[in-house]
Design a protein around this ligand. Structure first.
Ligand code: ATP
Ligand code: MG
Length: 574
């Protein structure tokens, strides 16, 4: 392509609302433009990158036996009502009405439609397993769209769904998908980690995320420095999470005045006790009731673990009025001793982290404003419904798997997600096949997603410098850029000739033929980040040489005209 024919509106400055480097560079390099919050135009260069990521994804999925389909983005509400998601998906779901006032939504994910298609078209175990995927537009009315394509509202996702007759088949296919995902991101030139992820309240399933480690990532990943354990922080567990009972039983529970002292730190300092002795009591609201989480004062509660433990649809910190109704006290003085079993909002469940089990002289709120209790003994003064791991792991905790290594915590960008769904959707939508004995069974399902735009953004997060983007070759919008350093006749003639030669070799070339100063062209070239530049200037033309520059390390070498196409061809082999 000739630069002069393309729309590449580069900018020297990034817009003020762009916080992360990929967002800034995507705007500055003229890849995208914002139309509304979280909704973008993909410009020619940006679209080329997305198409390359899509193509690699397609090739690898097809190789793994998946089939491409294209499903509607506008979905009748009835399908979402069948699974109940119409009710509880919340505001992220964009709902619309047609001219007859019939309800529809714009698909944020397509489990319902694909399950509907499969229940109508697949009858027998003989037709299984199957994996259908599409690469298509999604809409999620994200509460905080930000970081450009990283968290958009309208975005392109590869979403895939597999259908199986047996758990064994799902497990095998899941493993194949895990490997396929690793290959896809490797081929895109990204360094990724596969981490265990939260499966929500769907019991027995497993889920993994593919994460690109980057400071600007919105997820946190814990991984062991000794074994290969790695997990999203939402579900990571450390060795110390497994508690043991060791109780002297000698301490006696008594009330003590702690005026205005509400936090663990304040109370521990005032009573001169260790934070490990404090029984931190957190009150949450859930669908249909109240959940109380208990954890030793030195730790933090992992709310995802607590939400899963109680199988809640949602879980949020309780407001002051609810705390008052439950405890009879202001916020800051809640404790598990003598807690109500029921409130006007529903029953009260109490879950305790393992760290509570080993406390034998605990301090906790007295459920009375300005008072705490000391000498509290679990299972004597109060009995939680269950002890379990509720702890948010910290950097340096011992690994829960090998028990030798230490956990490190890093930020990352989730680019892909694979999930064993089981029969959640097939059961609620009555999607059945006939098994070998002729009995109706619900399909066993898996779901697999990749954010195409987010992958492009993550690639920039990993590959950039102060001058601009440094595209990995496999997803670069062009493989090589020819730059004529001035508009002398001989220079133009040579650049045109090289351009034709490279095109004839099947190389993807951008030819900067603009009537601009060399400095402007070079600055733009560094910004848009094509991996190799061929620079044609007056002096070189006399000696029949051009300069070949690598965007990544800035290395420049001289090349004779006759060698250009062979050398560049080799460089562009992936
Ligand atoms: P997140 O936790 O980041 O919101 P998610 O769990 O909602 O992600 P999935 O439903 O698993 O994401 O979607 C599959 C993939 O789609 C994700 O791995 C991610 O790459 C991409 N994705 C999800 N939400 C967005 C978004 N708002 N903008 C761009 N890509 C997205
Ligand atoms: Mg999300």
């Amino acid at each position: 392509m000739r630069y002069s024919q393309m729309l590449i509106p580069t900018l020297r400055e990034a817009p003020s609302d762009a916080e992360v480097v990929s967002h800034k560079l995507m705007i500055r390099a003229g890849l995208i433009r914002q139309l509304a919050r979280g909704i973008y135009d993909y410009l020619p260069l940006g679209l080329k990158v997305l198409r390359k990521i899509e193509q690699i994804t397609r090739e690898e999925l097809n190789r793994a036996g998946c089939q491409e389909v294209l499903l509607p983005v506008i979905i009748p509400a009835e399908l979402w009502q069948e699974t109940g998601r119409w009710g509880f998906y919340g505001k992220e779901l964009l709902r619309l009405k047609d001219r007859n006032e019939r309800d529809f939504c714009f698909g944020p994910t397509q489990e319902e439609i694909i399950t509907d298609l499969v229940r109508r078209e697949i009858r027998s175990y003989k037709e299984l397993p199957k994996n259908f995927y599409q690469i298509h537009t999604k809409f999620r009315d994200e509460i905080r769209p930000r970081f450009g394509l990283m968290r958009a509202r309208e975005f392109i996702m590869k979403d895939g769904y597999s259908f199986h007759a047996t758990e064994k088949s799902l497990n095998e296919h899941y493993e194949l998908m895990r490997k396929t995902y690793v290959r896809i991101f490797e081929r895109c030139g990204l360094r990724t980690k596969v981490v265990e992820a939260d499966t929500g309240a769907i019991g027995g399933s497993s889920s993994h995320e593919v994460v690109v480690l980057a400071e600007t990532g919105e997820s946190e990943v814990a991984f062991c420095d000794a074994c290969d354990y790695s997990a999203n922080l939402e579900m990571a567990s450390s060795k110390t999470a497994k508690g043991e009972k060791k109780r002297s039983g000698s301490s006696k529970c008594r009330e003590i005045k702690t005026p205005g002292l509400k936090t663990v730190e304040e109370v521990a300092a005032f009573l001169k006790v260790k934070r490990a002795q404090m029984i931190k009591t957190l009150v949450y609201l859930r669908d249909g009731g109240i959940v109380v989480g208990l954890i030793a004062g030195e730790h933090e509660i992992n709310e995802v673990k607590l939400k899963n433990a109680c199988n809640a649809r949602f879980l949020t910190m309780a407001d002051a009025a609810t705390v008052k109704e439950l405890t009879g006290a202001e916020v800051g003085f809640a404790g598990p001793v003598g807690l109500k079993k029921k409130t006007s909002l529903g029953p009260v469940q109490v879950f305790a982290d393992f760290s509570i089990q080993s406390i034998d002289d605990g301090v906790t709120g007295a459920n009375k404003t300005d008072y705490h209790l000391t000498g509290v003994v679990p299972d004597v003064d109060f009995t939680p419904d269950q002890y379990l791991d509720l702890r948010l792991v910290k950097e340096g905790d011992s690994c829960g798997r090998c028990e030798k290594g230490r956990l490190q915590i890093k930020r990352g960008i989730e680019v892909g997600h694979i999930f064993k769904l089981g029969t959640k959707y097939s059961k609620s939508m009555n999607a059945m096949f006939l098994d070998e004995s002729g009995t109706k069974q619900p399909f066993i399902m898996g779901t697999y997603g990749i954010g195409i735009g987010r992958t492009a953004a993550a690639a920039i997060e990993q590959n950039n410098d102060d001058k601009g983007i440094i595209w990995p070759l496999p997803i670069a919008p062009f493989q090589v850029e020819i730059i004529s350093l001035n508009q002398d006749d001989e220079v133009i003639k040579t650049a045109e000739k090289i351009y034709d030669e490279l095109l004839a070799q099947g190389i993807e070339v951008l030819y900067d033929d603009r009537d601009e100063r060399a400095g402007v062209k070079l600055t733009d070239a560094e910004l848009i980040g094509i991996p190799h530049f061929v620079m044609v200037g007056s002096r070189g033309v006399k000696d029949k040489v051009v300069e070949l520059k690598a965007r990544k390390n800035g290395d420049i070498k001289k090349l004779a005209f006759k060698d250009v196409s062979n050398v560049v061809k080799k460089l562009c082999q992936i």
